[in-house]
Design a binder for this molecule. Structure first.
Ligand code: HEM
Length: 433
């Protein structure tokens, strides 16, 4: 039941990661409701207040929330690293991140200074505790580990994303002697590429071959892709402030390399998924395939963007944003949640009540999810959202479909949490041998 190479001795109590996993779907639902309420106004420009609010309900409230919860679980299990006081650490990250994501989204819609101060304080605290506790735990490790190498780059990316985001927030309220536009272009790239995509790459290198029985990722990809893209992001950041034609072309070159990185990772992953030994469809595969196709298409748009007709650039950028966020990251995270939640529910019940004989196995816990139907529905919802980038009148329809998907995900995860509680109650009432 537990693949070799994973050490569960140091796994944190279930409440640690679960609080993040059970919170995230409701942020996805809020972003969908915002799209229903604001409709075409949200899809007209990615800088529109409603678009920025929806972007951060997704990137802070959903993707970052689940990624932090997953890290709390994966760090001990994949690298044998115990976090200091895992439940207290989880609490000190979860509440500020939740309040910070809500108040940041609200501050985009109603730009009140006190709201910006409150959200800056919450996000500083949440991400501060996260970065300090993870970097402290990572310090003693020097043995090469594919997951940890990618994680270190992702944490640097997170620190820079949060730093730039908070600076942008201050500039919106106070104005600072630096170029807003430059940072407003760099911040999303560090957030989506370095923090989010590097982490997904590290998780994929470590877990896809292990859980889905595929061949291992090619060594050059594992060794050079994340550090290589990191160098390109740093170079792009350094030259982005220099306004001359050569630097402009070099910056385009950096964007093309980042796009090629997405195309390489997604096509290698799709090939490995096609070569897996166990041919039965696993719950995670449906969503990982959707995510990889979206990342591939997002990469292709990124590749062609420098040569696109001027009047189509904004629609293409919006489409790329939709393919990279709801398309790639949100899809992959659906797959991870549908794999992690039933596994942890079974693992904690089995390790606490090994002789109760009433513990449902992982397949029984996954059965109520109806993942195949949801993945098909998800694919259609994504298609409608992409079309809404070109025909904003489709936005509200897309919002309704995304709200249904978020509710579907949230109620499935709540169902597993309630099953855990129910089985735990029965197991506790059973006479011990
Ligand atoms: C402390 C946390 C954060 C703060 C305070 C923050 C703040 C901001 C601000 C003020 C903007 C507006 C820039 C503009 O006017 O276009 C922005 C844009 C954006 N942020 Fe964040 N952000 C944070 C975290 C993140 C994270 C973690 C991600 C991604 C994983 C992210 C992704 C984005 C994206 C994609 C946009 C650009 C929207 C666009 O131009 O298409 N942000 N952020």
């Amino acid at each position: 039941m537990i693949p070799t190479g994973l050490s569960f001795q140091q796994a944190p109590p279930i409440s640690g990661p679960f609080r993040f996993f059970l919170t995230a779907p409701w942020f996805l639902l809020s972003a969908a409701v915002l799209l229903i309420v604001m409709g075409p106004d949200l899809m007209r420009s990615r800088h529109a207040p409603a678009a920025l609010a929806a972007t951060h309900l997704l990137t802070l409230g959903f993707t970052s929330m689940v990624m932090v919860g997953a890290l709390l679980q994966l760090l001990p299990v994949l690298a044998g690293l115990a976090l200091p006081r895992p439940v207290l650490t989880a609490r000190l990250i979860h509440w500020p991140l939740t309040l910070g994501a809500i108040s940041l989204a609200t501050s985009f819609l109603w730009s009140e200074s006190w709201l910006m101060v409150f959200c800056a304080g919450s996000l500083c605290m949440g991400f501060g505790v996260l970065l300090v506790s993870f970097l402290l735990s990572l310090r003693p490790v020097c043995a090469p580990n594919v997951f940890l190498d990618a994680l270190r780059h992702a944490l640097v990316g997170l620190a820079l994303t949060v730093g730039m985001g908070l600076t942008l927030l201050m500039m919106r309220d106070h104005g600072l002697p630096i170029s807003y536009e430059r940072w407003a272009n760099l911040h999303p790239q560090w957030g989506v590429f370095a923090w989010s995509t590097f982490l997904v790459m590290g998780v994929a290198y470590a877990l896809i071959p292990l859980f889905l029985l595929t061949p291992a990722y090619p060594k050059p990809v594992v060794r050079f892709l994340v550090p290589g893209l990191m160098v390109v992001l740093v170079l792009k950041t350094l030259i982005s402030g220099v306004s001359n034609p050569e630097m402009g072309r070099l910056e385009d070159g950096c964007n093309v390399v980042l796009a090629l990185g997405c195309i390489l990772f997604s096509s290698v992953t799709l090939r490995l998924l096609g070569q897996r030994k166990r041919k039965v469809m696993d719950v995670a595969i449906y969503f990982w395939k959707i995510g990889m196709v979206a990342l591939l298409l997002g990469g292709v748009i990124g590749l062609l963007l420098p040569w696109a007709p001027q009047d189509r650039i904004e629609n293409l950028r919006l489409t790329m944003g939709v393919l990279l966020l709801p398309g790639f990251l949100v899809a992959v995270i659906h797959g991870m949640l549908y794999k992690i939640i039933p596994f942890l529910t079974w693992f904690h019940l089995q390790s606490t009540y090994p002789r109760s004989g009433i513990i449902p196995n992982v397949r029984e816990l996954q059965a109520p999810y109806r993942v195949q139907q949801q993945a098909a529905f998800y694919g259609f919802s994504l298609l409608l959202l992409v079309l809404a980038c070109w025909f904003p009148s489709l936005s509200r329809g897309a919002g309704v479909l995304w709200a249904i998907d978020a509710w579907w995900l949230g109620s499935n995860l709540l169902g597993s949490a309630m099953t855990y509680k129910r089985v735990q109650k029965i197991a506790r009432s059973l006479p011990t041998a």
